[in-house]
Design a protein around this ligand. Structure first.
Ligand code: NAP
Length: 273
């Protein structure tokens, strides 16, 4: 029986076991997927355990996505560029790390707004943290010609724009008003929206008609940003699909079958939010 896992610290919040166990049951695969609490100091020993072949692989979540990069035997180039690994595959005693958050982000947009990138010239990405890196690499890989990084701390956005190869320009959040009229896509990658927080001064009304606003925060599912965009008649996409789609490549690698992100799976996870 093939075994997979998600490691993090703490790990109780993770919805990954529910997602992968649901696919195992639907596809009739005799495998397992468990949440394992691993503290940072215990990561090297956990990787030694992985090399024995006990697991086919697993996921890595907060706060270990950066720390595991140097523990992997092989790191896929996009994960190196993003600077974070969230998926591990074990083969012949070697651990390969990849980043599927960027695929999850694209898979969600492709499913919820097919053709979203057709004719898109300008995108605004709010935030310059770990999740922003995956989103920025995804948008650049997809060929979006101009990508504006807006962050509360402008220096962090500047450093990111300088470090990542791609059509990035850095700004502080107050540049939103001047950039909005050209932006066909706005992505929130900050943690704003959780715990009832919201952006105080984001003039979404300056976005062009037909602009898409997406949030990668999924608790709550409809964040204040999405509610405000919806009220203006803009297209909105929530962050739950990113979580579901990022899980697909790992499951496929460990269990040998590509699962589907179905409305039933979404409903199952939505019920836990
Ligand atoms: P992070 O590395 O800590 O980055 C946090 C970002 O949020 C920074 O840009 C920070 O700006 C900004 N920020 C925090 N509080 C703010 C405030 N009050 N006003 C304006 N900006 C603020 O976190 P992360 O790992 O990137 O995660 C960000 C969010 O993405 C989390 O909510 C996480 O749950 C979500 N996420 C979702 C998925 C998914 O599958 N849907 C995947 C990954 C992450 P400063 O630089 O100024 O501090």
């Amino acid at each position: 029986m093939k075994r997979a896992f998600v490691i993090g610290h703490p790990i109780g919040h993770s919805r990954s076991p529910l997602i992968h166990r649901s696919w195992l049951a639907d596809l009739g695969i005799a495998g397992s997927y468990d949440a394992i609490d691993v503290e940072e100091a215990a990561l090297p020993a956990f990787f030694d355990r992985l090399r024995t072949g006990e697991f086919a692989g697993g996921n890595v979540t907060i706060p270990h996505k950066q720390a595991v990069v140097t523990l992997c035997d092989v790191v896929e180039p996009l994960a190196t560029r993003i600077g974070a690994v969230n998926t591990l595959v074990v083969d012949n005693g070697k651990v390969t790390g990849s980043n599927t958050d960027y695929l999850g982000f694209l898979g969600n947009l492709d499913q919820r707004a097919p053709g979203w990138d057709r004719g898109l010239t300008d995108a605004i990405v709010l935030g310059a943290g770990g999740a922003a890196r995956a989103v920025l690499v995804a948008l650049a890989e997809r060929g979006v010609p101009a990508i504006q990084i807006l962050n509360r701390t402008a220096a962090t956005a500047n450093a990111l724009a300088a470090e990542l190869p791609g059509p990035f320009t850095a700004h502080s959040l107050d540049a939103f008003a001047s950039l909005a009229p050209r932006a066909g896509l706005v992505v929130n990658t900050t943690s704003v929206g959780m715990h009832g927080s919201s952006f105080p001064d984001l003039p979404l009304n300056l976005l062009p008609p037909g602009a898409i606003v997406t949030d990668i925060v999924y608790v709550p599912l409809r964040t204040p940003l999405l509610l405000a965009a919806e009220a203006l008649g803009l297209t909105t996409i929530d962050g739950l699909g990113m979580l579901l789609h990022q899980a697909v490549p790992g499951f496929t690698a460990w269990f040998g079958v590509q699962p589907n992100v179905t409305p039933a799976l979404r409903t199952l996870i939505e019920a836990t939010l």
